[in-house]
Design a protein around this ligand. Structure first.
Ligand code: GLU
Length: 441
């Protein structure tokens, strides 16, 4: 039974980078009719906030990435304690008392001598008496997992065969001095006890994976399959980490990005498959496979979301937007023609507002000096409203006969006079919706 999880820390809003992780894990579970767990990694009581948990859930629901189960790490602390005890019993857990300043000094010395800055295990050399003395002086220490100095290897679902020499990694701290359980241990206990079979996460977790595999094995569990996707960069390959704060899913939602656009892009970006608009998660799941993704950083350009959103909106039936249109004040009878006329001329739904304003209140006319007389003459021929489907063709035919203008020279000045713009819907279709023509003078 395939089980995956998305494990955000509720210390902020989730952004496009997190979405990639969430979506991949969701799709793997969905394709296999498995279980997708939302795991809230909230062992950091100080930084974790309920409002962020709520926001994460809202964002996932907006995208349709619904979970089968939710788990909170803060409710499982005794499970982590039990695992810590088991590691102690097996001689794989030790207390260390160095202060951050001392550790920093050690690292600097090692680097100066051209050595990798790996924790020197000085704590393992201490006698019980020395340990007691330090505890009396400094209080509790941190608890480190004692790595086996072997090469840790796994077949990564995206990166292929990987291995890391455990001797090149510091023994990871799993419990902080203040007793806080750290993610590394909590995550391993959860993945094992919740039957997680596949873990997809960002490539910043590769080293974690190596140490987690040893912890899982020390606890008698079986490591899940791991896959690490590349991290997102900006369009020029620049680091995105600083900008991710402005790429929160809720900001994109606010800016009118359609969930379908976001999902379609994120499911294909960085893969060998072209980005194509898909309108359901089933369709997205169908063509999805981890082996289409590579290790190169993935360029993300938020501007790509808007043409996809526009394409999605163009294809929507009236029912899908009827509420939005009614909320603008469009009378029921005009809703269908209004949507037909505008849908290919919007990028985001909020653009409808401008089109309805044009229909209801008319536009500030745009009239070039050389067209002033022509437009003034044409306006005298424009029939009183309401206009209908034949108004534009009948009117422009009459204006053409009277002025001799044709083609663009005939149509463009009239479009600009009526709509204030040089582009937009077919004028024949738009006319029946125009209730006010300010260019009448
Ligand atoms: N809470 C961790 C994070 O957000 C989860 C990492 C993982 O997927 O194991 O980085």
């Amino acid at each position: 039974m395939t089980t995956t999880r998305f494990a955000p820390s509720p210390t902020g809003y989730i952004h496009v980078g997190n979405l990639r992780t969430a979506l991949f894990n969701y799709l793997i579970a969905r394709k296999a009719s498995g279980t997708f767990i939302l795991r809230i990694d909230d062992t950091d009581a100080e930084r974790s906030k309920q409002e962020y948990t709520d926001a994460i859930m809202q964002d996932l629901e907006w995208l349709g990435l619904t979970w089968d189960k939710v788990e909170y790490q803060s409710k499982r602390l005794e499970r982590y304690e039990a695992a810590a005890d088991a590691l102690r019993e097996k001689g794989r857990f030790y207390e260390a008392f160095e202060t951050p300043v001392e550790l920093d000094l050690k690292r600097k010395k090692q680097l100066n001598m051209g050595k990798p800055p790996v924790y020197d295990r000085a704590a393992l050399e201490m006698s019980d008496a020395e340990r007691e003395a330090l505890r009396a002086e400094r209080g509790q220490g941190v608890w480190r997992f004692k790595l086996d100095h072997t090469r840790i290897a796994w077949e990564d679902g995206i990166l292929g065969a990987l291995s890391i020499d455990a001797a090149s990694v510091s023994d990871p701290v799993l419990i902080r001095q203040d007793g806080q359980m750290l993610y590394t241990l909590a995550s391993v206990v959860d993945d094992t006890e919740m039957g997680v079979t596949h873990v997809v996460r960002g490539s910043d977790h590769v080293t974690n994976t190596a140490t987690q595999i040893q912890i899982i094995e020390a606890l008698g569990g079986t490591a899940p399959s791991f896959a690490h996707h590349s991290l997102l960069t900006g369009p020029q390959g620049e680091a995105l980490s600083k900008r991710l704060g402005t790429l929160a899913l809720r900001d994109l939602r606010e800016r009118g990005v359609a969930p379908e656009a976001l999902l379609s892009l994120m499911a294909r970006l960085g893969s060998s498959q072209p980005v194509e608009l898909r309108t359901s998660l089933d369709e997205i799941a169908e063509g999805f496979s981890l082996d289409q993704f590579g290790s190169a950083p993935t360029k993300f350009d938020e501007n790509d979301l808007f043409p996809l959103t526009a394409r999605h909106l163009h294809g929507l039936p009236l029912e899908a937007v009827a509420d939005k249109i009614a909320a603008l004040g469009v009378p029921d009878a005009l809703a269908a023609p209004f949507w037909d006329v505008t849908r290919e001329n919007i990028t985001v739904l909020a653009d409808l507002e401008g089109w309805w304003d044009l229909c209801r209140n008319g536009a500030e006319p745009v009239i070039d000096a050389e067209d002033a007389d022509f437009v003034a003459q044409a306006m005298t021929m424009l029939p009183e409203g309401p206009f209908d489907a034949g108004t534009w063709s009948a009117w422009t035919a009459e204006v053409k006969a009277a002025t001799g203008r044709k083609g663009r020279g005939l149509f463009m000045p009239l479009r600009k006079a009526l709509t204030g713009m040089s582009h937009g819907p077919d004028m024949g279709d738009l006319m029946p919706l125009l209730q006010v023509v300010r260019a009448r003078g």
